[in-house]
Structure formats: structure tokens, C-alpha cells
Design a protein around this ligand. Sequence first.
Ligand code: PAF
Length: 251
Amino acid sequence: MKLFQDLDEWRRWRSQLSEPLGFVPTMGALHAGHLSLVDRSLRENERTAVSIFVNPTQFDDPSDLAAYPQPLQQDLEMLQGVDFVIAPPAAQMYPHGYRYRVSESQLSKILCGAHRPGHFDGMLTVVLKLLQLVAPTRAYFGEKDFQQLELIRGMVEEFFLPLEVVGCPIVRESDGLALSSRNTRLSPEERALAPQLARLLQTSRPPEAIADGLMRAGFEVDYVQHWRGRLLAAVRLGPVRLIDNVALETL
Ligand code: PAF
């Protein structure tokens, strides 16, 4: 595995590659969910690149950014078998600050976007930068961030980007909690409560009844809503925001 922390060096290297390249963009703090994307990329492409970049422009809450875990060494150890890891400094990703950005005017304003102003523009901006830098054949994203996945699909189509976007199923703990880098920030009591989110989403009750059940269990509820064939939810447990979703056809 080769680690690139300098984008010029990566771009020189990329220009020599002609084989199909799979790409898994991440913000690090890797877990089995990320590794399922990596495994799929390794199976479907001759080469695989993973990026690790905690993107400041997609954090609407500075305390969330400050608390975001960044265990780079541990992440690198988990990525054995990957060809390239790209972990650039923010100054190289944003050489002119945040002057140029991708702005989506509809889907980014609802659901999570209504509760996290600017989040999806920051996410789309960094994903566009990363896709330009890596120029992958296929890029892999988890379905846990379903709204993110739909926005990325829309951007790739709208800007005629020449790659395939591959959505991959949610990976869960044995108690049903969807894997997330933020789960490590749950207190033991919050961690014990957290699987209720997945359990209630899978009950096929109306969204309002599920929201009510979550509130009674102790969650703060941002939304529970049907969207594009899924039942999506975002909740807060203390300082930690959790999202999850289930496909309606499976209920
Ligand atoms: O899903 C994530 O981890 C991030 O939003 C992404 C796609 C890596 C962009 O920073």
C-alpha cells in the first residue's frame, strides 16, 4: 500500500495508471462498514484507492468537527490490501479556502439538510474534488448515508462525470445498530439505547408512531420520513447524531 499525503505526488502517480480503479472516499475512523466498501472495490477493480480526509466544510457544528476521531495509524493498518491511500492536508484540498463550492438547491435542503445547514454543499464539494483527483472507474458509498448517496448520484449525472457510483448495503452490529464512526462517542447508556433506532424503523409502523416511540425511549428526533422507497430517520443521543434507514420493500 502506498500512502500519499501530497496531492502533486498522487497526481503524478495517477497519470501513470491505466487499469480500472475503484475508489472509497472516507473521513477515516474506519470500521467494518468502510471495509465492506473496500472489499467490494477490491473485487471489482484491478486497483483500489481510499481517501482519508476529515472534510471541514461539511461540518455544520464546530464541536462535532473537533470531536471527530482521527486514528490515522490504526486506519492505515486496517487498509492492508489497498493499493493507494490518499490523506491530503486541508490546505491542499482547499488552496483558496472555500471560495468555490458545489451548491445543490433542492434535495440538499430537506431531511438531514434541513437540520445541518451547508452540510451537503460541503460534502458535494469535497466529493467532486476527490473524484477529479482520483478519476476512478467506480466509486463506492454506503447506503446508510442514503441522502448523501442520492445527491452524489445526482451530481455525477448532472456534471457528466465519467464513473459508476456504487451504493453498498448498511453494515450493522449484532444488535442492529448501523455502524458509524460516531458510535464510539456514545456513552455506555446511550450505546445500550442506540439499537432501538433500527428496531423501531423495522416495525413497519407509520413514521409518526416511530418518531413518538423514539422520543419516549429518550431520543431527540430530527425526523422520521419516507423518501425514495426508504424509511429514513435522524436522531440525537446526547451530542451524537445517528442516522439510519430501511428499504420499504423489506418491511
Ligand atoms: O460519508 C463520508 O464519510 C463523507 O461524507 C465523504 C463521502 C467521505 C465526504 O467527505
